[in-house]
Design a protein around this ligand. Structure first.
Ligand SMILES: *Cc1c(COP(=O)(O)O)cnc(C)c1O
Length: 495
């Protein structure tokens, strides 16, 4: 029996997994979710000996039920190959009282590669399976990492084009350089004069624009999404939590059935939702610790039950978490509220109209697996310095937010359950912030000089992803205002 995917907002149309991947976002603006969450069909003992690729198949087949074994295995083989700089794909490193799950060994040195190296394969396969007639236009808003990882995946993939919107003044210099030097005849990069929420809201609006959809279809195009609103982004992220558990079991760090905690530096709530899906699959996860930076909407939400985006948007040193509207929270609340689409749609309308909503006490009781906290900019800097001083291990600012929140959690609760911290980016992506924390006296130079300083100091070689953009020519210089996003898309597609 195939799993059925439907919108979180009441449209009852049923989609297969491949149709949901292809469409990205439901027609009523909701997100696709499976009618019921699957369970692992093999024991953890059986999964323990598997390679990352083999395990990926065992996990993803449970969600992507209408892909054949051959199709799914081909997608996995095409994604998790030498593009990653280690055959383990996602290695675990024990430091500072926790296990850091390094998710930054892919082509663009951030965790988005874990899902975006496979999404193009899943999408092209979905287009074939469903006899899609139109060329796919991937429309993506990025807080810095998704855009590059998505373009790296979709560049020159036949039958696709990709348009990326990023906040012009809201990403790190390495992130921006990675994007504007992107090759590929089908890639388009646009800096918007606004923040990430503006970019994401603008993209969602374009998805919901029926008139535009008509014009696109007439010209032979259809939109899809590479953001974590696409279920094809979430499913591959479930894999590495299962992998982390099996690695800890194999290393004798966990006894049979012993639970682990996970800490996730969170922005759009995709990565931590994947950990929650892993728990629902049957993986022994105790607490899901949601770590925020100073844009601490989620911390406030878990504490009070009130989601309130009416506040200043703060630009921090962890820009990929500078988000006030965490899209994937909608999927969690839909589940926690007993899959009541009407209720959920009402919350989302309220968010849209007033910028906030309150959930019921009953719903809140279903969120007890989660713990939220946040780290200030000063704390993040201190954490990077402390872990480097004590362990010689360099954290990027996003991972440092998680590391700091974990220390707060352990101090507050005395819970010493073995803990996995999702390490979401290489420190080389945020060299200046990292250098300001560990060697402020040497943090004054230009960006690529700092890269060399960091390498000398940490003994970690400069990743290929950074070497390759040092001298690469700038190929994209388009910018637009928030109001001009639609016109810009039409101009790019010449419609
Ligand atoms: C995207 C990103 C995050 C946030 O992940 P979400 O799935 O949006 O919660 C954290 N760290 C880094 C480095 C990222 O690129």
């Amino acid at each position: 029996m195939d799993l059925t995917y439907r919108s979180t907002r009441g449209d009852r149309t049923a989609y297969t997994a491949s149709q949901a991947v292809l469409k990205g976002l439901a027609s009523d603006g909701g997100l696709f979710v499976p009618d019921q969450l699957p369970r692992l069909d093999k024991s953890l003992e059986e999964l323990q000996g598997l390679s990352y690729q083999e395990l990926a198949y065992e996990v993803m087949k449970l969600f992507l039920t209408d892909y054949t074994e051959e199709e799914l295995k081909a997608c996995i083989a095409g994604a998790y190959d030498e593009k990653f700089d280690t055959p383990q794909i996602a290695p675990l490193v024990e430091k500072h009282g926790a296990f850091y799950l390094e998710l930054f060994h892919g082509a663009t040195i951030a965790f988005k590669d874990m899902a975006l190296s496979i999404l193009p394969h899943l999408m092209v396969t979905a287009a074939k399976k469903n006899h899609a007639e139109h060329e796919i236009v991937i429309l993506t808003a990025t807080s810095g990492d998704t855009g590059k990882a998505a373009m790296a995946g979709f560049a020159d993939v036949p039958g696709t084009r990709i348009i990326v919107f990023y906040p012009k003044d809201g990403v790190s210099p390495v992130q921006e350089r990675q994007m504007v030097t992107q090759k590929g005849n089908n890639t388009y990069v646009v800096g918007i004069r606004g923040n990430f929420d503006d970019a994401q809201t603008g993209v969602k609006k374009l998805f919901g624009d029926q008139a535009l959809a008509g014009e696109l279809a007439a010209a032979g195009f259809q939109f899809s999404s590479a953001n974590s609103i696409n279920i094809g982004r979430l499913v591959p992220q479930v894999v590495y939590y299962v992998y982390a558990y099996t690695r800890l079991r194999a290393a004798g760090q966990l006894k049979e059935g012993e639970p682990m905690n996970v800490v996730v530096p969170t922005g759009n709530f995709g990565n931590i939702l994947a950990a929650y899906y892993a728990k629902r699959l049957g993986l022994p996860i105790a607490k899901l610790i949601c770590a925020s930076n100073e844009n601490k909407v989620l911390y406030d939400f878990f504490r009070t039950g009130c989601y309130d985006r009416n506040r200043d948007f703060i630009l921090t040193t962890s820009p990929s978490m500078d988000i006030l509207i965490s899209s994937n929270l909608e999927r969690l609340l839909y589940l926690a509220g007993g899959q009541d689409a009407e209720d959920n749609a009402a919350r989302m309308r309220k968010l849209n109209q007033t910028g906030s909503y309150q959930v019921t006490e009953e719903l809140r009781r279903n969120l007890e697996d989660f713990y939220g906290n946040y780290a200030s900019e000063e704390e993040v800097k201190e954490q990077i310095a402390r872990v480097f001083r004590e362990e010689g291990y360099v954290l990027d600012p996003h991972t440092a937010v998680a590391s700091c929140v974990y220390d707060k959690y352990a101090a507050e609760t005395g819970d010493h359950t073995k803990t996995v911290i999702a390490s979401t980016a290489s420190p080389y992506k945020f060299t200046r912030s990292v250098m300001e924390a560990i060697a402020p006296e040497n943090a004054g130079g230009e960006d690529f000089a700092l890269v060399d300083e960091l390498s000398a100091l940490s003994g970690v070689p400069v990743p290929q992803a950074v070497e390759s953009i040092r001298t690469a020519p700038v190929l994209h210089d388009r910018t637009c205002g928030v109001e001009e996003m639609k016109a810009t898309v039409k101009e790019i597609l010449e419609i």
